[in-house]
Design a protein. Sequence first.
Length: 200
Amino acid sequence: MSGEECLFEASFASDRNHHAALFGPLEEACSRLEGAALERVLVGTGPGSYSGTRVGIAAAQGVAMVHDCPAVGLSSLLATPVPAGTAIGDARRGMAWWARVGDGGDGLPDPRLVPADELAPHLVDPVFAIDEVGRLLLPDGLELRRVEPTARRLAAAWGALDESSRRELAALPVQPAYMAPPHITAAKRGHPLVRRRDRG
């Protein structure tokens, strides 16, 4: 973006090949700069795919570092065409998350984690999702919109924030919006790292 003008925009479906899908459009976007300096790099912080969000943030930080400008994270929920409503997502392991978008305050969604069977009381129309939520049991008759965040909408959301909110966000380290700590399991007996530790 240059002011209100969009100089380049690309969309793509990455599925699980985040590293393969992102860098072609990113390279093309950077080539459009033609020597111009970047003021900042905005990146969506999720909620979303665990790997995809981290790859996106790492790429944004890399571009910002090369161009000696700040990388700023902003909720991906602000980058959708839904100005107000309830965003929902599948947090796995019997949990769901929900966030109210556009209900006043500072305008920044605050996702909450709940057991999946306790999601219904939190739903205020319209209800939307940015990821697949087919495993969640939703109330009968609920109209669920599936929407895609875009970089252009993320830039518009940044522009709509007041100066105080922008300064606060710019001062924070960019990190993914994880709904829960990573689920980590111990290595199985016989794993090479376990054998090495036992020998050491």
